[in-house]
Design a protein around this ligand. Sequence first.
Ligand code: SF4
Length: 347
Amino acid sequence: MIVTYIRSSSYNNYDYCQMQYFITYVLGWRGDSGRRAEQGTMVHKVMEVLAALKKYKQENPKARILKTIDDAIGEVKVGTKKFYEDEFVEELLQRSYEAYKKDSVNTWQPSHYKEVVKGAWLFLNHNNRKDFDPRYRNVYYTEPHFDIEIEEDWAKFDYEINGERVEGRLAIKGTIDLVTQIDDDTIEVIDWKTGRRLNWATGEVKTYDKMMNDPQLLLYFYAMSKMYPQFKYRIMSIFFSKDEEGKYDPQPFSLPFGKEDEPRFLEMLRQQVEKIRQNINPKMIDPTHRNFKCRILCHFCKNKFDPKDSESMCKTVYNSLQRDGYDETVANYTKDGHNIGYYEAPG
Ligand code: SF4
């Protein structure tokens, strides 16, 4: 498979299902978000807006009205007193819910809104609002995007795609939820997780030890070290709102990665990229699609490329690979004629 970049989501997705990775990140098809993913987005949006307003307040200490313009919920203005009131958070929750619900393909009930509210307050209220409420943190950057080339020989690529030569270096890409500054030497990155504290590829619970070897967290840490080299210490905090069984249970973890973890991450990345590059025949996790990961969680099991197709998107691509091979399948099913590897799958 062609790999020109790795996102935190794509790294884990390959281990979850090779076929899902191939359809998403090589062919460029993206399924509609499920309801739970959208609920997570609604919660994240509230945290992001609170952080943006707090940053505005820091930069304009005399301002009596705090302002931000958000891509999803529009302009937000609030007085400095009301900013700290629960009523304002409730208003933001309502706006975020309405903004994402209006374009959603999912069905929404009042109970779903209540879950969004519960998830957001769980993050905000933790430890009397001292740790994870952006209003009480020194906000350094909200939702920074990163796109960082890997300066290693193995990261160079040279592909021929649809008759065109494409050269470059592998990049890591992603978005960090929030960067806060603790002191002159230290920043803390916060990642809010509204899902379960589970590795979905293996089914194992993410313990502290496992998180110290988690590629997604190491990828974030590596990105931080390149984005913010001026800070000597970088703390990576991840906050799960649910335990491994899906019950609400606030579980924050702070991971003390250091300089010595950078080569460790690069070696993990190299091995993963090599593994993906060498794979020209991606496997399905369950050819019968009875597995709940197919039946319930995967868009490519539920939908077809064309209503006239007899098979799901997953089976159609699989059959095409067996029949025509990798190159033909890429040419036939690449979304919107995008060249593979260029298509920017979100997430
Ligand atoms: S339907 Fe199952 S095998 Fe196919 S892409 Fe989805 S998760 Fe993978």
